[in-house]
Design a protein around this ligand. Sequence first.
Ligand code: GLA
Length: 381
Amino acid sequence: MTSFHTLYDSSPDGTWAAPGRVNLIGEHTDYNDGFVLPIALPHTTRVQARRRDDQVLRLYSTQGGDERPVVLDLRGLTPGSVKGWAGYPAAVVWALREAGHAVAGADLHIDSTVPTGAGLSSSAALECAVAAAYNDLYGLGLTPAELALTAQAAENRFVGVPCGIMDQMASMCCREGHALLLDSRDLTMRQVPLDLGRAGLSLLVADTRVKHDLADGAYARLRAGCEEAARSLGLPALRELSPARMPAALDRLPARLRPLVRHVVTEQTRVEQAVALLEAGDLDGLGPILTAGHASLRDDFGTSCPETDLAVEAAVAAGALGARMTGGGFGGSVIALVRTEAAETVAAAVDRAFAGAGHPLPRTFTALPSPGAHRAATTAG
Ligand code: GLA
């Protein structure tokens, strides 16, 4: 691995880290102004950074496959102009400048343990680590929520992905030992204690290693469908539709939009139920909510796929308290809430099911709720 010092012949001013996430419940609700309940993963993207006084941004990633840094002139940055992984850090610097912050260049050395293409928000982790680094390097004084909004703007407008705000808020604002209850309408937050160990529980994450091609276009279409339904109902967003008013609202919508609305409205209720259970210390009770959330994504929203359905079924059949796909969907990862002593049995059952179906084996790990973005100790190099 090439060190910062070898690449840039100097030392970094500091190191910043930002995590990936899994969402416990509240899927495809963020862009409907709804609630989400993610935790940060122990896996992080680390950025060693040194401020520069000119307009040059040098980017190196240990996962990027290049020996030399990508060198960009900040004055030439336009949306879509930088392809691949380097587009994300470039996007963040572009978005800061677009927002009127007088930031110049930097030398960045990026290293990540967040699995990519696994629905675990490796892009948000990269964006947020760079945003946190720039915030400190340039003394911007932005809050974590403001940095998350900048990272989202970077992804929406520069990279061209119409994501909601959950991943960036999770990466910036999650706390160790807590799930983050976020209201996407106004970004108010509550840290909900989640002591899995004390309850004798573990959260298994199984990366199915599948990413179906339709993912990007389908996300945009689903989002547009939700927005169209809200418009037809005269609502600013589907979050404003209460469960009591849903049946009458469904009658007024074309058949193709009804399942989308049903998912968003029932998912909102599931987030509220999950938070009430966690706050009452009933962590086991979360299990059935996860499984119901998966059924809703599978049957109504249409973002699951055969591999995530298989992982969920196998986990539940092997004794998981509940399981669901997490993140945008069409592949990616599944979470399963299990009694700690059953974790290996459940993981092995998912492996067996995948082997039986001829799929590559998933990559499975257990996740504890971990800290959001922070300045980290700088290691030598
Ligand atoms: C992706 C997006 C998020 C959110 C989820 C689905 O992760 O980046 O904003 O919409 O999908 O809940």
